[in-house]
Design a protein around this ligand. Structure first.
Ligand code: SAM
Length: 494
């Protein structure tokens, strides 16, 4: 580490220690460590022909990001830094003054000023060639000042970090480069849909970096947020996207790969989920096939909400009851009845019947996997002869794949379970889901082989099962056989 970087790092630690925890979380004051700042700066291309870059650093803290970029540009950059907290002004000034150039520090509210500049035409044609930012993140209420301001830019958004990113883009010249470290939350979910629309209309995504371990980017600050680094080109035309990943902020094991934009945002996806395929895995090519409903199947969360039907739950099966299945019955393998604190049965009567499903063959997935589990997507095959009775209750923490609320063709079900348990699906799932939940919507949107291919896959697995180990779809043999069979039905993509 050179002496200037060492100075900034000690200033960063001192600034962090001086902060009151509440104040810090209210204003999102988590500073970027030098290696992350240097990596971010390395994503900004140097200008040709001795040109100077006009740089924006909104929410600059003590200026770690500007410093990394100015070092990379060897003095060919002028920074405009916004930082409204008085506490960081002298540190910021010290950091910037170590670099040649015309630097301006504005102790103002960045969002207010940016929206005003756009509204008054001051930002017409754009003011900046490059932006480097680590914005504050905090949820904002519907009637908050910042949210109302952002509506003036045509954006409805619920977090401060998306406000910062949108305002930065609004102040840029066409072709400007924007590099930001932000939470991963904007990439999926309904709340951020307007932001995804806005962003992809105003900029092209050219690079996405993911940290494999969620606490690694801001290790010193104990931030548990999953962060991504994105590089955007304002008004750029969307081409392929460079994806990279590293375990942590040392970037020692950096992997990178260019992928087509269609592997990042699926063409025709109205939700515009942004996937981050892992470099070097099959997920970079996307999955084959069609969404679940298009192959005539569907998925629901288990209809039984147990506390609403408490009076009818039974610890053990008894006369007049049918099996009730919880996540605990799908723990490594399927087991029912299972001695545990959870009931094993539910009485059938006029209050419960509407929440029960006909007995049959289903594919069942837990909605919440634990952090320790190596796989996100774990599918269980529930055979039609696995349970007594003509009805079955699925508790609400399960996802159930069905056909018109009835069981599936057993061979198709076996094929689906194997397909969902394949490495390719797990890799793909991780590209858009940073958390441990498996939502019915995600399973519905996933792409599946055709029913004929799934049946063929189920058939091959049954055949393998007859020849070797009987399979529940979860044993190592069964998985090996599944991967082989999946490759045989979809040789191009898996
Ligand atoms: C996450 S910190 C990042 C600091 C610095 N960019 C870095 O990477 O180390 C965000 C900074 O934005 C500042 N900030 C928060 N809201 C702001 C606003 N509306 N206008 C200007 N600065 C703001 C905070 O005081 C904080 O220093």
């Amino acid at each position: 580490m050179d002496s200037t970087t060492a100075d900034i790092e000690s200033r960063r630690r001192a600034a962090t220690q001086s902060l009151d925890a509440n104040h810090r979380s209210q204003f999102g004051q988590y500073f970027t460590p030098a290696p992350v700042a240097q990596f971010m700066a390395s994503l900004i291309k140097r200008p040709r022909g001795g040109k100077h870059l006009s740089i924006l650093d909104p929410g600059a803290g003590i200026g770690s990001l500007s410093a990394a970029l100015l070092s990379r540009l060897k003095g060919r950059g002028d920074v405009t830094a916004y930082e409204f907290d008085h506490a960081f002004q002298s540190g910021l000034k010290e950091t910037l003054s170590a670099h040649p150039g015309k630097h301006v520090i504005l102790q103002r509210d960045f969002i207010e000023e940016a929206v005003l500049d756009v509204a008054t035409g001051k930002a017409e044609g754009g003011r900046f060639d490059a932006v480097i930012l680590n914005p504050p993140y905090k949820k904002i209420n519907t009637d908050s000042k910042h949210r109302l301001l952002l509506r003036k830019l045509g954006l409805e958004t619920s977090n401060l970090y998306t406000c910062f990113l949108a305002c930065s883009i609004a102040l840029c010249k066409p072709g400007a480069q924007v590099v930001a470290i932000i939470p991963r939350s904007w990439m999926n979910g309904l709340y951020f849909l307007p932001f995804r629309h806005w962003l992809l209309r105003h900029a092209a995504v050219t690079h996405i970096h993911l940290f494999d371990s969620r606490d690694r980017a801001f290790k010193d600050d104990g931030v548990l947020q999953e962060n991504v680094i994105v590089r955007l080109v304002v008004g750029g035309s969307q081409d392929s996207v460079e994806v990279s990943s590293s375990r942590d902020q040392t970037f020692a094991d950096l992997k990178r790969q260019a992928v087509p934009f269609s592997a990042v945002v699926t063409p025709g996806d109205e939700q515009m989920f942004v996937h981050v395929p892992s470099p070097g895995t099959a997920s970079t090519e996307g999955l084959p096939g069609r969404p679940l409903r298009e192959i005539g199947l569907d998925v629901c969360t288990g209809p039984v909400v147990d506390f609403r039907l408490r009076d009818y739950l039974r610890p053990e099966p008894c006369d007049g009851s049918v099996p009730l299945l919880y996540s605990t019955h799908f723990n490594g393998h399927f087991e029912w009845p299972r001695p545990s604190r959870k009931p094993n049965a539910i009485m059938v009567n006029e209050n419960t019947r509407g929440w029960l499903m006909p007995a049959g063959c289903y594919v069942v997935l837990r909605r919440f996997t634990s952090k320790e589990e190596t796989r996100r997507v774990v599918a269980y095959l529930l055979n039609d002869n696995a349970l007594p009775g003509s009805l079955v209750g699925f508790e609400n923490h399960l996802n159930v794949i069905h056909q018109d609320r009835h069981g599936l063709d057993p061979k198709v079900a076996r094929g689906i379970a194997a397909y969902l348990n394949s490495q390719a699906v797990d890799d793909y799932f991780r590209t858009f889901s940073g958390h441990t939940q498996v939502n019915a919507t995600d399973l519905r949107r996933l792409r599946y082989p055709t029913i004929a291919e799934l049946r063929k896959l189920g058939d091959q697995l049954e055949e393998e099962g007859r020849r070797g180990t009987p399979d529940s779809g979860r044993s190592r043999n069964a998985k090996g056989a599944a991967e082989r069979a999946i490759r045989s039905v979809s040789p191009r993509n898996l």
